[in-house]
Design a protein around this ligand. Structure first.
Ligand code: UDP
Ligand code: MG
Length: 306
């Protein structure tokens, strides 16, 4: 009998957890040659999420639960769940049933065929605003082209073999980006597509501000492209500067007056802007180095039930 560990990060999901558990039970009954293990990770919820998890743990021993001392973020919750699971393969999915549980059956079938990573790929992005879709599209375009991994429409919904999970858990970095790391580790992979469903209850925890921070954090933790862009920008400025300089010298020699106060102002404004942005980008990377070097744990577990 194979064991499938299902890792579920939860933040303020007291309303969704019951529905989620029932849906997973149904899937468990459809699996003939596998058992399920459910690892709920309460990411410092402010409602009764953990109490709900513990109730399920009391009545069903396939349920394990972990509670964080505060909100450490979905990434931390995923990694803590992966470390706690004991299955032969692992599925990471959201608690709000936006990732359809039936897809687990398809993923499991792929795993039995020998695939070690089975990506859940969104057929469409579900009901998101145009602006949201545009930002997400741009983010994945940048990250896909700079990391040379096609991450368009990827999500955190994945099945992974325990070998893959072992490698992921052995990584020492604290600024993790699970979605991209699952590509980065390699292994034999395939994908199954799924339709994003409506949230079963509660509401999404993402604001545009949070999403923006998430994008910057993950982009910079996965690619050095912004730093290279600075260098390219510098070269462009140098070329423009040289051309303008030559022009100024030539017109000086010719005896023409070097006018152009507006040009000067414009140049100063543009170049200071570019310098400030560049410093900011470098700052983000330095902050990341500082964060990693402090070597604080990615999360703190307050309580757990195995
Ligand atoms: N989540 C979490 N910690 C957080 C935010 C979210 O563990 O700080 C969980 C949340 O409970 C859910 C999953 O991550 O199971 C996805 O969150 P959400 O549905 O809010 O995001 P969306 O589906 O809108 O991307
Ligand atoms: Mg959701």
């Amino acid at each position: 009998m194979n064991v499938i560990s299902i890792i579920v990060p939860c933040y303020n999901e007291e309303e969704s957890i019951g529905y989620f558990y029932n849906a997973i039970r149904e899937i468990g009954e459809k699996l003939e040659d596998a058992e399920l293990e459910l690892v709920f990770v309460d990411d410092g919820s402010k409602d009764n999420t953990y109490e709900k998890m513990c109730e399920l743990h009391e009545k069903d021993n396939m349920v394990k639960c972990i509670s964080f001392s505060r909100n450490f973020g979905k990434e931390a919750a995923i990694f803590s769940g992966l470390r706690a699971g004991a299955g032969d393969c692992f599925v990471v999915m959201d608690a709000d049933l936006q990732h359809p549980p039936e897809t687990i059956l398809e993923m499991y079938a792929c795993w039995k065929q020998g695939f070690e990573v089975v990506e859940g790929v969104k057929k469409s992005r579900g009901k998101e605003s145009k602006l949201h879709k545009w930002f997400a599209g741009m983010f994945y375009d940048v990250i896909s082209s700079t990391t040379h991994m096609d991450m368009r429409n990827s999500s955190d919904f994945k099945l992974m073999d325990k070998k893959v999970v072992r490698e992921l858990c052995a990584l020492t970095e604290k600024n993790t980006f699970f979605r991209a790391l699952a590509y980065w580790v390699g292994f034999k992979s395939t994908s199954v597509s799924y339709e994003v469903c409506e949230r079963v209850a509660g509401k999404s925890k993402w604001s545009y501000w949070k999403l923006g921070k998430y994008a910057v954090k993950n982009l910079t933790s996965f690619t050095n492209a912004p730093l290279q862009i600075i260098t390219i920008l510098g070269i462009i400025f140098l070329i423009i500067g040289a051309a303008l300089g030559m022009d100024a010298i030539v017109s000086f020699i010719k005896g023409g007056a070097v006018g152009g106060y507006p040009t000067l102002v414009l140049l100063i404004v543009i170049s200071t802007g570019a310098i400030m942005i560049s410093l900011g980008i470098i700052g983000i990377y330095i902050a990341k180095i500082y964060d990693e070097i402090k070597n604080r744990p990615q999360y703190i577990i307050r309580d757990s039930k195995k």
